[in-house]
Write a protein that binds this ligand. Structure first.
Ligand SMILES: [Ca+2]
Length: 169
């Protein structure tokens, strides 16, 4: 009887820990980045944490051939290399991001962070799609709202596209 009770308690703890861990994901259907003699096109993803606590984020850019776009700079620099971000993201890792991902970082409660591709090699193009994933301790069903932009330096202009139809995920 005592052994059965112990099993019930352990199983109950397992269920509880899973029930209070939030996660979600959304796709950016397409990105295009280019660096040529007359300027560059730079894809930007704006992610806003709409919850009251920090959210851990992973962004993976898949190239058109299905391989993962990874940082060429050999440091976790949010302001250098081809993968970039904003200074308010904590725990920023692009060079040492887990295998199979492009960049990981944490967005503080209520804040907005950006991540973008800035190619530094002339006549280089990357295009494909991106997967945005988040996780958080707590029971929030949604945590982020997101929008993407394509910045065109030749026109000094941006075009914006809502991710997940602008709905929280
Ligand atoms: Ca970088």
């Amino acid at each position: 009887m005592k052994k059965r009770l112990t099993l019930v308690v352990v199983f109950g703890l397992f269920i509880t820990s899973n029930a209070f861990a939030g996660s979600g994901s959304a796709y950016l259907p397409h990105f295009f980045s280019e660096y040529h003699s007359s300027g560059q096109k730079r894809p930007v993803i704006y992610l806003t944490n709409i919850t009251g606590s920090a959210v851990d984020v992973t962004v993976t850019f898949f190239k058109h051939d299905g391989t993962v776009l990874t940082e060429t700079d050999t440091t976790d620099n949010y302001n250098g290399g081809i993968i970039r971000g904003s200074s308010n993201a904590t725990g920023y890792k692009d060079y040492t991001a887990p295998t199979g991902t492009t960049v990981v970082f944490t967005i503080p409660a209520g804040q907005q962070s950006t991540t973008y591709i800035e190619i530094g090699t002339i006549n280089t193009v990357h295009q494909g799609y991106a997967l945005i994933e988040w996780k958080q301790t707590g029971n929030n069903l949604v945590a982020l709202i997101a929008e993407a932009a394509e910045y065109d330096s030749a026109k000094n202009d941006r075009s914006y596209h809502a991710i997940n139809n602008g709905l929280p995920f």
